[in-house]
Design a protein around this ligand. Sequence first.
Ligand SMILES: [Mn+2]
Length: 448
Amino acid sequence: MTNQNLPGIAILPISEFVTHRSKLFAQMTENSVAFFSAASEVTRSNDTEFAFCQNKSFYYLTGFNEPDAMLMLIKQASSEQSILFSLPKDKKHEIWHGRRIGQEKACQHYQLDQCFTLDEQSELVPQYLNGIKQVYFAFDDENLSQHVFGYLAQVRASTRQGEKVPTQLIDVSPMIDELRLIKSTNEIELMRQVNTISGLAHQRAMQITSAGLFEYQIENEILHEFTHHGARYAAYATIVAGGDNANILHYTDNSARLVNNDLLLIDAGGELSGYAADITRTFPVNGKFTEPQKALYQLVLNAKVAVISAIKPGTTFAKLNNIANEYLTRGLLDLGILSGDLTELVKEKASKKYFIHGLGHWLGLDVHDVGDYHINDNKEQCREFTPGMVLTIEPGLYMPLDDMDIAEQWRGIGIRIEDNIVVTKQGCENLTANCPETITDIETLMKR
Ligand SMILES: [Mn+2]
């Protein structure tokens, strides 16, 4: 099976990473150095590891996907240098564990100024730090922090030979996070593609789902569709939650059997060249919504559509939250799940009793991507959207089976619908365009 909509697997051109570095260089002060650390492999059990996942900020600046490397950016005397320290070529190790690019090829391929082996760090880094004023690194990276302080101590020890020690340390995270928050045309195209792939995976899940199957069997169908279209990994642990399991927000056990007349909530997104999709759909196990399921589903869908239609430059998550709350509160009142005065209920955000998580989040290299939501001291998410931001919109309603405050017909229903949106100059583009969401479209796709 080939997909006509996907001409080829997208990867970012190396020039994209060079551009990311020059954007960071532009913000660094004269006579400064910035350090970025690659991720290390993580043990799963004994001598086996989890699939390697690169540190996303390191990846954003390099495109380099080997573990344990370090990037050093030097801005001095109006010159900008990108230096990579990485694992050496090692024939024996590579036969067992996989290829390494080595320093010479890395330098060419990733368009870096110099590449050295990891062993050369301890000698070279202190030399580069001589005469530097400011050092940037991520303060929450304990391992890297230790290394940086070690290098600084080394330079300090040589001050009698005339070495000049950097005296200012700056947390680089806010700078890199802000850069990552605004996506380029290339990044948006990549996210468009991983959304298309993920939408196909959700379609496959809808077509295959039936009572009696296990949740993890549906998970497997989703992963199959991701890899079939070139997304080698899921961006996060896939949630396949039948019936009341949907009321556990991060349910990844996926071990239960699917039950006739239950809903199935699937939160799944692929990862393409490091970039994530994050899509949720909820549909009936047997392909036909019951009346109570229909009522709640339509309500969540209406709220989602209303929220997305309000997304444009200048809008904020706080404003969108108000729209979602108004829709959901009014709907819950109409269905008799809430009671009281509409204006009062909207004011006290009564819908939050059943809509228990945030409306959305930034999306990019990380599924919960970096970037400030507040920008000023206000506690509300009042940062104005600008073109190039990518975010999720994911209203939901959760009615646990053991909640005796609600009528029996609603109990055990958990619904979330989640799309990925890019803010454009004119308004927004919904990247999750191929994933069925209306009751008619879902029931038609699932007809057997
Ligand atoms: Mn999400």
